[in-house]
Design a protein around this ligand. Structure first.
Ligand code: BGC
Length: 456
C-alpha cells in the first residue's frame, strides 16, 4: 500500500500554462522565437495558453476543490531575469511569491522546478548551453531563486528532462531553439548543463533561508522485460542503462544524464562509445556535477519491451497489433513505471519521486457538459497500480506528480492534444474538471485504496 505520507500531486511548467502580459517585464526566451518561426502545430503560440498568470487564484481554488495538496510547477528564468543574468524583474518575483502564497492558502505544497526548457533568449545569443559560462549564469539564477523563494518553499528541482532540452532543442531541432548542432557540440552542451545543475544545487543550498531539499528530473522511455524471468529482467536493465541508440539520437539516454549527477562518473560504456565526440572532462567538473541530492525525480510516460535472446543478448520485442496507445500515439505500458522505479532504485539508491506521468487524449465536452475521459482513468489506474507494486516490494517511492492539472501548450504540438485533469476552453478560458479529476481526488483521498489492483 502507499505510505501514509505519500506525496500525491500534479505537475506543470511555466511556459505551458502562464501566458504573457504586455506589462510583465519578462525577457524573451527561446520558445518565444521558436513559436514565431511557424514550427508549432497550426502556428499556435503560448502567448495566452491557460492565462494562468492572471487566473492562478481560481486555479488554486479549483485544485483545492479537487483535493490536490502538492504542486510541482516551474519558474520562468527570463521572466525573473529578463536578460538571463543581472537585473531582477521585481514584478515576476512578486507574481511567483503571490502564487506560492495563494497555493499555501489553499493547502497546496509547492515544489519548484527552476528550468523547464524556456532558456533566456539573450543568453542563447551568447551561445546558450554551448557556452561554458552557462554554469555561472544558471548559478546566478539559482541564487536569485533561493533568495526570493526559499522562505516559502523547501522543495526544489534544478532541471526538467535534460534529454529533451539538449536533444529535441539542439540535436533534432524539433523544439526551441530549433537548431541542429554537431554531435560533439551537443556533448559539450550536455556536460555544461550538468555542471550548471551542480552549481545550482550549491547556490540553492548556500543562499536558502531554511533547510531545503533538492533533486533533478530527467526522463526516458523505460526498457521493461517481456516476461518476469531473471534473464529478461537483466536484459531489460542492461538496455535501460545502455547505449543502443544511434548517434543522431544519442540524447535519449538514462545513464549519461544521471550517472554523473547521482554517482559522480560517466558510465564506462558511454565513455567508450562516445569517445570521438566528447569534450574535455576534468576531475573538477565531475565534482561540481556530483552534488549530494535529496531525491531522484524521474518523468516516466512509457516503455519498450526487451527479452534475453537465444545468444544471451537483449532483443527488442514488438508489441501485439492493437496494443493501447495514448492520443500522442505513445504506447500504454504501465510496466514502465514499475521497472523504471525498480531499476533506478537499484542503481541510484535515493528516495524517488515520479515527477511526471500521464497521458494525452483528444478529450471533448459531451452533450451533458462534462468531459468523460474514461481512457485517462484506465491509464492512471494501471500506472498507479505499478507504482504500488514497486512500493510493496520496498522501493522508496515518496511521491507521484500527475502530468498535468490543466490542458496546456504541448510544445511543438500546440494545443492539439490534451494532457490535463481539467479541460480548458481556450476561447473562454473556462475550466471543466474531467471525470479523471474526480477519480484522482478519490485516489488521493483513499491513498490508493480504490485502485483496481486493491479490489477483490
Ligand atoms: C515534459 C512536459 C510535456 C510532457 C508531455 C514531458 O516531456 O516535461 O513539458 O508536456 O512530457 O509531452
Amino acid at each position: 500500500m502507499f505510505p501514509k505520507d505519500f506525496v500525491w500531486g500534479v505537475a506543470s511548467s511555466a511556459y505551458q500554462v502562464e501566458g504573457t502580459d504586455p506589462d510583465d517585464g519578462c525577457g524573451k526566451n527561446v520558445w518565444d522565437e521558436f513559436v514565431r518561426s511557424g514550427r508549432v502545430y497550426e502556428q499556435q503560440t503560448a502567448d495566452v495558453s491557460c492565462d494562468h498568470m492572471h487566473r492562478y487564484k481560481e486555479d488554486f481554488a479549483l485544485m483545492r476543490l479537487l483535493g490536490i495538496k502538492n504542486y510541482r510547477f516551474s519558474l520562468s528564468w527570463s521572466r525573473i531575469l529578463p536578460a538571463g543574468t543581472g537585473k531582477v524583474n521585481g514584478k515576476a518575483v512578486q507574481m511567483y511569491r503571490d502564487m506560492i502564497l495563494c497555493m499555501k492558502e489553499n493547502g497546496i505544497r509547492p515544489f519548484i522546478t527552476m528550468f523547464h526548457w524556456e532558456f533566456p533568449y539573450e543568453l542563447f545569443k551568447k551561445g546558450g548551453w554551448l557556452n561554458e559560462d552557462v554554469v555561472e549564469w544558471f548559478g546566478e539564477y539559482a541564487k536569485v531563486v533561493a533568495e526570493n523563494f526559499s522562505d516559502l518553499c523547501t522543495d526544489f528541482i534544478t532541471i526538467n528532462e535534460p534529454q529533451c532540452a539538449i536533444g529535441l532543442g539542439h540535436l533534432n531541432g524539433v523544439h526551441a531553439p530549433g537548431m541542429k548542432y554537431s554531435i560533439p557540440e551537443t556533448f559539450q552542451m550536455a556536460h555544461n548543463l550538468m555542471k550548471a545543475h551542480g552549481q545550482a544545487v550549491i547556490n540553492l543550498r548556500k543562499y536558502a533561508k531554511q533547510k531545503i531539499r533538492v533533486g533533478y528530473a530527467p526522463t526516458c522511455g523505460v526498457a521493461y522485460p517481456a516476461t518476469e524471468s531473471a534473464d529478461d529482467i537483466a536484459a531489460a536493465k542492461k538496455v535501460y542503462f545502455g547505449f543502443e541508440n544511434p548517434m543522431d539520437n544519442w540524447t535519449w539516454n538514462v545513464a549519461w544524464f544521471s550517472d554523473p549527477v547521482f554517482l559522480g562518473e560517466y558510465p564506462k560504456e558511454g565513455l567508450e562509445k562516445f569517445a570521438d565526440y566528447l569534450p574535455e572532462i576534468t576531475e573538477e567538473d565531475m565534482q561540481l556535477i556530483h552534488q549530494p541530492l535529496d531525491f531522484v525525480g524521474q518523468n516516466i510516460y512509457n516503455g519498450y519491451m526487451i527479452r534475453c535472446g537465444a545468444d544471451g543478448d537483449p532483443e527488442y520485442v514488438d508489441r501485439a497489433p492493437g496494443t493501447a496507445k495514448t492520443g500522442t500515439g505513445w504506447p500504454v505500458t504501465p510496466e514502465a513505471l514499475y521497472y523504471g522505479i525498480r531499476f533506478l532504485t537499484e542503481r541510484y539508491r535515493l528516495p524517488l519521486y515520479i515527477t511526471e506521468n500521464g497521458m494525452s487524449d483528444l478529450d471533448n465536452i459531451s452533450a451533458d457538459g462534462q468531459v468523460h475521459d474514461r481512457e485517462r482513468i484506465t491509464f492512471l489506474d494501471a500506472y498507479l497500480g505499478a507504482v504500488q507494486r514497486a512500493i510493496n516490494e520496498g522501493m522508496p517511492v515518496i511521491g507521484y506528480f500527475l502530468w498535468t492539472f490543466l490542458d496546456n501548450f504541448e510544445w511543438a504540438e500546440g494545443y492539439k492534444e490534451r494532457f490535463g485533469l481539467v479541460y480548458v476552453d481556450y476561447t473562454t478560458q473556462r475550466r471543466i474538471a474531467k471525470d479523471s479529476a474526480y477519480w484522482y481526488r478519490e485516489v488521493m483521498r483513499m491513498n490508493g485504496e480504490n485502485l483496481s489492483c486493491n479490489q477483490p
